[in-house]
Design a protein around this ligand. Structure first.
Ligand code: ADP
Ligand code: MG
Length: 350
């Protein structure tokens, strides 16, 4: 008998990189965290620039409240956040998008991360912090505009297995595009732009109008075919849904991919089978098989009626009563289509 064991503790670096893979799956996941941080910082403009689908470079620049040197140093440490104090805050529901306090540290442990930040109203000049593979490389004063610019270069440079799993530039960029699009549509009062390999893909004005944001993102043809959905209280059949609002497209404006069905619950971009089925039910046979409308739909439900933890990354949600939600969404969208003469009433429904 021997007391030797093959079980051993992993070193800190390895643990950090494994954890990183759980949060940062691909460039789009990093983009999501950075854009959420910018929105949480009260930005009025968020400019996202990526190169090679985000695999070479991701840059998110905002005009939010910015950070002091001490803030920047703290921000890249593990489990640091300015957004909650403890578990009670988690349970009471937080108003901010991110709250786990791990995004920057995690992204920085699998990339070369540079943060330049300057607080909005203070006399701090600005700070540049370079973080590589989980370590602070340098912190220096720098001249920079108020707000924050985060650059993520060479994502997964130190996790070759992960890097190998990246798809083509086109595919990775499609994921990035979808993430930025969802935030742009959900925040029409923020000017959001996306640039890929030097080409501007879209830029919203931040004037606060969903229709205008949608025009900037999807173009005139789609924007001109959208009709409003607006239902609450007595308009809805019984169920947890308190209100539904947004825009849905004329049935003839459709695509073969679900990616243009953007749904939000209590302000968060989510996917849900019940919501999607409700929408598709309303269109019935007006859409061909495997065709999907353009949708931007905001739903409000009491926090305790929804389970957001089904899949933390994919943001899939379930409701206590999925059937009721399906019926309510169906009714809200059907009403909008009927009001605009886009459904024959009594037409066969799929
Ligand atoms: P979390 O967002 O969960 O708090 P992060 O690692 O994403 O964790 O960010 C850590 C902290 O860094 C945030 O709580 C915030 O105080 C600060 N921070 C990050 N990004 C920005 C930004 N763009 N503008 C201002 N502060 C930021
Ligand atoms: Mg965050």
């Amino acid at each position: 008998m021997t007391d030797k064991t093959t079980i051993h503790e992993l070193d800190e670096d390895t643990v950090a990189r494994i954890a990183a893979g759980e949060v940062v799956e691909r460039p789009a996941s990093a983009v999501k965290e950075l854009v959420e941080n910018s929105l949480d910082a009260g930005a009025e403009s968020v400019d996202v620039t990526v190169e090679e689908g985000g695999t070479e470079l991701i840059r998110v620049a905002d005009d939010g409240r910015g950070m002091t040197e001490a803030d920047v140093r703290a921000a890249v440490r593990q489990h640091t956040t300015s957004k909650i104090e403890g578990l009670e805050d988690l349970e009471s529901g937080v108003g901010t998008l991110g709250f786990r306090g791990e995004a920057l540290h995690t992204i920085g442990s699998v990339s070369r991360l540079t943060i330049r930040s300057r607080p909005r109203d203070g006399d701090d000049a600005g700070t540049e912090l370079v973080f590589e593979g989980g370590d602070v490389v340098s912190v220096e004063p720098t001249g920079c505009p108020e707000g924050t610019i985060v650059e993520v270069a060479d994502l997964f440079y130190n996790t070759p297995a992960r890097r190998k799993f990246l798809k083509t530039t086109a595919t990775e960029f499609a994921h990035v595009n979808r993430v930025v699009t969802r935030y742009a549509l959900a925040n029409p009062d923020v000017a959001v732009s996306l640039t890929h390999d030097g080409r501007e893909v879209f830029a919203t004005t931040g004037q606060g109008d969903l229709q205008a944001a949608l025009l900037s993102v999807y173009g005139r043809e789609v924007a001109s075919s959208m009709i409003p959905v607006e239902a609450d209280g007595d308009d809805l059949p019984p169920g947890p849904l308190e209100s539904a609002s947004g825009l849905v497209s004329h049935p003839e404006t459709n695509r073969s991919s679900r990616e243009y069905v953007a749904t939000y619950v209590n302000g968060r971009a989510v996917t849900s089978d019940a919501i999607r089925e409700g929408i598709m039910g309303a269109y019935g046979t007006q859409l061909g098989s495997d065709r999907y409308p353009f949708v931007v739909c905001f739903l409000d439900v009491p926090g305790d009626a929804v389970d957001v933890n089904v899949h933390p990354r994919k943001r899939e949600v379930r409701f206590d009563d999925d059937d009721a939600v399906r019926r309510q969404v169906d009714a809200a969208v059907e009403r909008a289509l009927l009001d605009h003469g886009l459904l024959r009433s009594g037409a066969p429904r799929g």
